[in-house]
Design a binder for this molecule. Structure first.
Ligand code: ASP
Ligand code: MG
Length: 475
């Protein structure tokens, strides 16, 4: 009879692709599991695919759909070699070693067959793309589990298609939390109660009918939160290749610092505006269920990293914690003397965008309502222009609306600081810094969030403007 009683103090740890992407990294990941297990015997590990694998799989499938199988062949070769190397360096038992090599070869053949089918069909359905892109995690989970076993810890690979039940929105599926919680408990509690560490695939789920889905790029963080909620875990630790959440991208600002504590709101705003720390959807499930989150560095496990805290417990209120940049936008301005409140131009525009599936990250409207501007992903500007011409056809022909203005490429700088509204001096400091350095502010959004200030600057200014704002960080 399976033991489904609730294990105490469950910890979910998630490894990103770089934390398992080389023999050295995976050894460190295994060491961390062994150490952590002493304090948290009920440990569940979620892992991403090895670094670069998902990109290569997606590229192979895309190229196959246009008749080119060379990428798939190259990927099959490279992924086989990298996974075999991990097995050679991390797995000692000859029986397990052989079994794993066969598993890798079988999954790689599955990949090659899928790409062949995609080539024959000449099209890549969203469903087929998820079948291909999920293979990275299906490979990594087996090797990490065997490596953990080799280190003397009982372990078992688990495919999260058994655990995370989603809708059929391929590439960006959402979990049915009720069903998922039941599955997580049913599958993982007995494993934990036997003293075994489950190593679970990140990124993937399945529809009720069993077809593989994925949760969106970088979705393994989200998998970890979903599983933590399902298991009623105590904490989630996200292991990555930087020391927690940094005050800026360290490749841009070499003296960027680790932020010791960030509220859920602060980290969500950062993730939304381009800081690749955490999948934006991964925070909410943990906050709502009182599960603590921590972000740690696989390559410096002793360092504190960043702890995510409740919005009410914000520290360093009124101090800038971080500045991020999201690039690749153009600013579209719609204006006209005939545009006024009676015309409902903004309602029309945004309804049109919803229908056309266009995402607008921020909006600025003048108080007369005669002018409205918003950044749009550069790749979508042509589409957006067409949508605008269609929905505002009448207004344009009546000359109530002038031609739209489309800017040069711009970036969105986001300044993260809890308590912005009660600390207006922060805005003065940021703007003075930009003006002092003669950066032109193209648009500004403040007030909607108490933790972030968004500034649009020309793409050619954004890196140096970001560095200038970073000088204001004083925590
Ligand atoms: N392997 C997936 C990706 O590259 C998921 C993840 O790494 O979190 O997007
Ligand atoms: Mg990631």
């Amino acid at each position: 009879m399976e033991n489904t009683s609730i294990p105490n103090h469950i910890l979910v740890m998630k490894y990103g692709g770089s934390s398992v992407g080389s023999p050295v990294a995976m050894k460190s990941a295994v060491r961390i599991i062994r150490e952590t297990k002493k304090e948290y015997p009920n440990l569940v590990v979620v892992t991403s695919a090895i670094s670069g694998a998902t990109d290569a799989l997606i590229k192979s499938a895309t190229d196959a759909s246009s008749g080119n199988l060379t990428t798939a062949e190259k990927t099959a070769h490279e992924l086989t070699a990298r996974h075999h190397e991990l097995i050679d360096k991390l797995v000692e038992d000859p029986k397990i070693w052989l079994q794993l090599k066969m598993d890798v070869n079988r999954l790689i053949s599955e990949f090659v067959n899928l790409c062949n089918a995609i080539k024959i069909l000449g099209e890549l359905s969203p469903r087929a793309l998820d079948a291909v892109s999920s293979l990275g995690e299906r490979l990594s989970v087996r090797i990490l589990s065997a490596a953990v076993e080799s280190a003397g810890i009982k372990s078992k690979p688990v495919e999260s298609t058994q655990l995370i039940i989603t809708d059929d929105v391929y590439q960006s599926a959402s979990p049915d939390m009720e069903l998922t919680s039941v599955r997580c408990k049913k599958v993982l509690y007995p494993i934990l109660n036997e003293g075994i560490t489950p190593i679970v695939t990140g990124f993937i789920g399945a529809t009720k009918e069993g077809s593989i889905t994925t949760l969106g790029r970088g979705g393994s963080d989200y998998s970890a939160s979903i599983i933590a909620v399902g298991l009623e875990a105590e904490e989630v630790w996200i292991w990555t290749d930087v020391t927690g959440v940094m005050s800026a991208d360290p490749r841009i600002v070499p003296d960027a610092k680790t932020i010791p504590a960030l509220t859920y709101n602060e980290v969500s705003e950062m993730a939304y505006y381009g800081a690749k720390v955490l999948h934006p959807k991964s925070v909410k499930p943990c906050v709502e269920n009182g599960i603590k989150m921590r972000i740690c560095n696989t390559f410096a496990p002793q360092s504190q990293g960043t702890i995510l805290i409740h919005n009410n417990d914000a520290v360093d209120v009124g101090k800038i914690k971080a500045v991020t940049t999201a690039s690749g936008f153009k600013l579209i301005t719609v204006s006209g003397a005939g545009m006024d409140s009676g015309m409902n131009a903004s309602a029309k525009i945004f309804n049109g965008f919803v229908e056309a599936g266009v995402n607008v990250p921020m909006v600025i409207e003048s108080s007369s309502e005669q002018s409205l501007c918003f950044p749009i992903d550069i790749k979508k500007v042509n589409k957006v222009e067409k949508v605008l011409r269609t929905i505002l056809e009448k207004e344009i022909s009546r000359k109530d609306i002038d031609e739209f203005e489309i800017s040069e490429p711009v970036d969105i700088l986001t300044v993260i600081c809890s308590g912005l509204k009660s600390h207006p001096e922060v805005i003065t400091q940021v703007l003075s810094k930009l003006i002092e350095n003669q950066y032109k502010i193209k648009a500004l959004s403040y007030g909607a969030s108490d933790v972030s200030l968004n500034i649009i600057v020309s793409s050619s200014d954004s890196i140096s403007a970001l560095k200038a704002i970073h000088q204001l960080i004083s925590f």
